[in-house]
Design a protein around this ligand. Structure first.
Ligand SMILES: CC(C)(COP(=O)(O)OP(=O)(O)OC[C@H]1O[C@@H](n2cnc3c(N)ncnc32)[C@H](O)[C@@H]1OP(=O)(O)O)[C@@H](O)C(=O)NCCC(=O)NCCSC(=O)C[C@H](O)C(=O)O
Ligand SMILES: [Mg+2]
Length: 290
């Protein structure tokens, strides 16, 4: 079983130019906070936002939450200064936008050469080119800091000229391909944002769709989305009842040495035992995180 079961159910973005939002995020029940320097910040505010983001993470106060800063791309006028500033800041990760292929991971890896070893590289999956290169990008995880992807469905919709509707039909093949490529390479993966932050029914349906696809959690844009997101991405009582029944059944003397048994009228194999143990461990990690 994997050893890093850190809960990553909910990752809240906020514009690093918004001091009030940063202060608020320190007490919100999200698992991750992402201070954005990219799309949420107007060009004339970029330098100020960069300084505010670095000051905020250095000040700390985010508790158990993983904290990242999303940089502008290295193909923009702000990217280089962003990466240099983030590499020297107290962050868990730098999130970079609009990567297209494995060569971009190499470029960002070089830009982060001076950062402490624990600083991870997270990337957005949000360009058409990245969708065509999913396995090659994910494979970079073995030799670089790359450890997590976040889907950028707004940018994908823009590049594809597709419509971002609640059912997300145009994106479904990419979502499952991205999850498979990430899993094959030990990369964690979060779903994209739901822009409908006033309609929590739409949000919850989209979060449940993400859970069904296998995402570890979802990226968020508003505090109101955190609680429903945490609920969707936490093992439910029914999940845990099933997991405990499977674990219990496999521990019975009469099932010793068996690979497939019957639990509650359904087949359970050793692979289900592994899934059951993971569910219980995820639930314990969530409880431990408070
Ligand atoms: C979407 C918003 C602009 C809405 O803002 P607003 O109308 O001010 O919301 P509220 O009045 O409901 O806010 C209530 C209080 O909550 C605070 N707040 C709001 N949002 C956040 C937040 N994200 N984090 C922390 N706190 C937040 C407000 O300050 C209010 O506080 P108070 O006054 O004390 O009551 C706004 O929510 C927002 O800016 N959201 C984040 C936008 C963002 O970061 N976008 C970039 C990332 S998404 C993206 O780029 C996707 C990807 O790249 C892709 O391609 O898909
Ligand atoms: Mg984007």
């Amino acid at each position: 079983m994997e050893t890093n079961l850190r809960p990553r159910r909910s990752a809240l973005y906020l514009p690093a130019s918004n001091a009030k939002a940063i202060a608020k995020a320190r007490a919100l029940p999200c698992d991750m906070v992402i201070l954005d320097l990219e799309d949420a910040v107007a060009p004339e505010m970029k330098a100020e936002a960069r300084a505010a983001a670095v000051a905020a993470v250095n000040e700390g106060g985010f508790g158990h939450r993983e904290v990242a800063i999303r940089a502008n791309g290295l193909d923009t006028e702000w990217g280089e200064a962003d990466l240099a500033a983030i590499a020297g800041a107290k962050v868990d990760a730098v999130l970079v936008p609009k990567v297209n292929g494995p060569e971009d991971i190499t470029t960002y890896e070089r830009a982060l050469a001076g950062a402490p070893a624990h600083v991870q590289l997270w990337t957005m999956i949000e360009t058409c080119a990245s969708v065509a290169n999913l396995p090659a990008i994910a494979a970079m995880a073995g030799t670089t800091r790359l450890s997590l992807w976040i889907m950028g469905t707004n940018d994908l919709a823009k590049e594809m000229r597709a419509q971002l509707t609640p059912c997300r039909t145009p994106f479904l093949p990419f979502l499952s391909m991205a999850v498979a490529a990430a899993r094959a390479n030990g990369v964690a993966i979060l779903d994209g944002v739901c822009n409908e932050f006033r309609d929590l029914e739409v949000f919850e349906a989209e979060a449940r769709q993400g859970l069904m696809f296998g995402f570890d959690g979802k990226s968020l844009i508003h505090p109101a989305q955190i609680e429903p997101c945490n609920t969707v991405f936490s093992p439910s009582e029914a999940d845990l009842a099933w997991a405990n029944a499977v674990i219990q059944a496999f521990s019975l003397p009469e099932n010793t040495g068996k690979g497939a048994i019957k639990v509650d009228g359904k087949m359970a194999e050793l692979l289900h035992l592994e899934q059951a143990r993971r569910l219980v461990a995820v639930s314990e990690a969530i409880t431990a995180n408070g």
